[in-house]
Design a binder for this molecule. Structure first.
Ligand code: DX5
Ligand code: ZN
Length: 217
């Protein structure tokens, strides 16, 4: 699945920008609070407005502190998937439960320096694992191939039936890097600048999807 990140869109024209990626699978919405990450983007009222006009399901990536308090609101707003950061979450299982009770898939994100092993137990309660392939906070950064062993390990655990998860990668995904991430086992690919920076976003989405499919075999 290809999930264009709205972070690279024109924020003054959000309804039009959503339509430009209508052929994608999920619309990735980066919520940042200027505390968990050194950047501030948008919050629930804007997500509700986007949800009302989006032709594709929303994938909300919450880079915020206190996710147990704020995350359920995004699920109640109708987001398909809501992802919280493990580093901000003392009790990830409780958040997963609340998100699923509100009708969303529950995602757990880990930063590049956060090991996967610490979360293998709680991940049995989640639907999505988001492996950050850049430090969260900004679009347009370079892909970090050194985090791919975590994707490989998670894919192995899905293949053996220990986990049942979408494996999402986020950060620096473009035509030069998506094959590597797909070979490692990712199946959801967030792409901000590679889609919104393209002259034809629909063509960029189709190109990325074809490259990922070819690499996954
Ligand atoms: C970064 C965000 C990403 C970002 C990706 O913290 O989580 O979703 O928008 O942008 P690109 O694809 O440009 O790296
Ligand atoms: Zn993101």
């Amino acid at each position: 699945m290809i999930a264009p990140s709205l972070l690279s869109a024109d924020f003054a024209r959000l309804a039009d920008e959503v339509q430009r990626v209508a052929t994608a699978d999920w619309l990735h919405v980066d919520v940042m609070d200027a505390h968990f990450v050194p950047n501030l983007t948008l919050g629930l009222p804007v997500v509700q407005a986007i949800q009302a006009v989006s032709p594709i399901p929303l994938d909300c990536h919450l880079m915020i502190e206190d996710p147990e308090r704020w995350a359920p609101g995004y699920a109640e707003a109708g987001a398909r998937n809501v992802t919280v950061h493990a580093e901000a979450c003392p009790d990830p299982r409780a958040v997963a439960r609340d998100l699923q009770a509100a009708g969303a898939l529950a995602g757990l994100a880990i930063k590049p320096g956060t090991p996967l092993d610490a979360y293998l137990d709680v991940l049995t309660d989640f639907d999505t694992l988001l492996v950050m392939t850049v430090e969260p906070g900004f679009g347009g950064q370079s892909f970090m191939p050194e985090v791919l062993p975590k994707v490989r390990e998670a894919r192995r655990l899905v293949a053996t039936g220990h986990l049942q998860l979408f494996l999402e990668v986020d950060g620096g995904i473009n035509a030069d890097t998506i094959a590597e991430a797909a070979e490692a086992g990712a199946d959801v690919f967030v792409a901000g600048s590679a889609v919104y920076g393209a002259a034809d976003p629909a063509a960029a989405i189709a190109g990325l999807r074809a490259q990922a499919a070819a690499a996954r075999g």
